[in-house]
Write a protein that binds this ligand. Structure first.
Ligand code: AMP
Ligand code: MG
Length: 437
């Protein structure tokens, strides 16, 4: 069994005392593997689930060439019969009609046309549709006239298979199913799909000062908020959650909680207890039944982070394994670490192919203090001006304990590892919360 330390040494820039965010992400990305179990679910239940296999289109969509407009279908050769200057140059006799679901079965000559409605099958040999608003009909509606340049040959015809061709991969394994995907599979006649089983994630908070909701707040204590943020962030990723409450800063209690969490979940998340001062006892404890690295991240907020594997048994490798993240205790640090490090790991374990989070450019409305050599995720309020340019203002307090800064903000201002001070008006990267939080 390769240990995490052995494995991590192969990663460029590995320095457990000042680990760049990108190096931590690389380690986590390569260390995790997806759950293998797959289940069949009806199409509606596939929303937000991870597709387990490629879906190959069994049919052409649309199945036949059809009209894109309400109008008249004819053979392109008819266009050569008129001249462009004369608005009534092309004259065609109407010989029938085709509605969506009611095809025209006959054939037509070059001077004939078929009345067609949007979605109707193109009559045999017809390849062009002139929209109804471009034609003039004679008094008894038996023929139409229009200029030869009113439409191009082949216009307004949707081709069979132009949406999806038979045999083509319609959706790839690893896709997180969205509304359009459900519709797309329905258009292929597919009513059931294979998805990865949901990931099970257990979490608890550590700290003697923490009180759960409903308990009185005695002096020096704080309500446990991390379990609620974690619950909500996990829900957004559509994983099954297991809330194990608050655990006291006591080795026996912590050991029992961690081992039982490993027995019942794929991933165990804790908050608190990994900062300098508390880390020593957690570190010692985890060594007995885990393979866990304690990192000091070159990141703000979210400096301390423990990552690795733990087992439900007495020793590493004994009992059931779980991936482990020991997150910092500070409420903002929990969220930032979750989004930057944990989120991708959970998506990968769920079998998904994570897409990088979109980053856009904005002009900072203020100078921002920043030290070279760490990545900062400041909370900001971004808005677009009339020219469409984004501007961002950091929220007041950037302390990692001030959770209201996250509620006030609508984006992270991402200040890169090698970036220094930011001047007013300078360009910065922002990561909008919309779709993330
Ligand atoms: P720790 O990492 O355990 O030293 O905690 C750092 C700071 O975060 C301390 O001020 C803790 O009181 C606070 N904290 C830790 N866990 C939680 C939690 N679950 N909810 C709210 N605050 C917390
Ligand atoms: Mg603590």
């Amino acid at each position: 069994m390769t240990t995490l330390i052995e494995f991590s040494r192969c990663i460029a820039q590995y320095d457990p005392h000042a680990l760049p965010v990108s190096a931590a992400q690389a380690i986590v990305r390569q260390w995790v593997s997806p759950v293998t179990a797959v289940e069949r679910v009806p199409l509606r239940d596939a929303l937000d689930r991870v597709l387990a296999t490629d879906i190959v289109s069994p049919i052409n969509v649309p199945s036949h060439d059809n009209s894109a407009m309400d109008g008249y279908a004819f053979k392109r050769a008819a266009l050569a019969t008129g001249n462009s200057a004369d608005e009534s140059a092309v004259q065609l006799t109407i010989v029938g009609k085709a509605l969506a679901g009611h095809p025209f079965e006959g054939g037509i000559g070059v001077n004939q046309c078929v009345r067609v409605m949007t979605g109707a099958c193109m009559p045999a040999d017809c390849d062009t549709v002139v929209p109804q608003e471009l034609v003039e009909r004679n008094a008894d509606a038996t023929s139409i006239r229009f200029a030869a340049n009113a439409v191009a040959a082949g216009a307004n015809r949707r081709l069979a298979g132009e949406d999806l061709a038979r045999g083509q991969v319609a959706l790839r394994a690893g896709r997180i199913m969205r509304a359009s995907d459900l519709g797309l599979l329905a258009s292929l006649g597919i009513g059931e799909v294979s998805v990865r089983r949901r990931l099970r994630v257990a979490f608890f908070s550590t700290g003697d000062e923490l009180r759960s909701l409903g308990e009185p707040l005695d002096p020096g204590s704080v309500y446990d908020s991390n379990r609620y943020t974690l619950f909500a962030m996990l829900r957004r990723l559509n994983v099954d959650t297991l809330d194990l409450g608050v655990v006291r800063d006591e080795p026996a209690a912590l050991e029992a909680a961690l081992r039982s969490a490993a027995a019942s979940a794929d991933v165990v998340l804790t908050s608190g207890g990994v900062s300098v001062g508390e880390a020593d006892f957690t570190r010692q404890l985890l060594r007995t039944f885990g393979d866990v690295a304690f990192w000091s991240m070159a990141m703000r907020p979210g400096r301390p982070l423990a990552f690795g594997r733990i087992w439900s048994g007495e020793r590493p490798g004994v009992g059931l394994p779980a991936l482990f993240f020991g997150l910092p205790g500070n409420p903002v640090a929990v969220m930032v670490t979750f989004y930057q490090i944990v989120r991708e790991a959970l998506l990968l374990m769920s079998g998904a192919t994570p897409q990088p989070l979109p980053v856009i450019h904005a002009k900072s409305r203020q100078a921002i203090r920043k030290r070279v050599g760490r990545t900062e995720f400041q909370r900001g309020v971004a808005e677009q001006d009339e020219q469409g340019i984004w501007h961002v203002t950091p929220t007041g307090s950037q302390s990692s304990g001030v959770l209201s800064s996250m509620s006030e903000a609508n984006c992270f201002i991402v200040l890169g590892h090698d970036e220094g001070e930011i001047a007013e008006g300078e360009r910065v990267d922002i990561m909008l919360f919309d779709g993330l939080i």
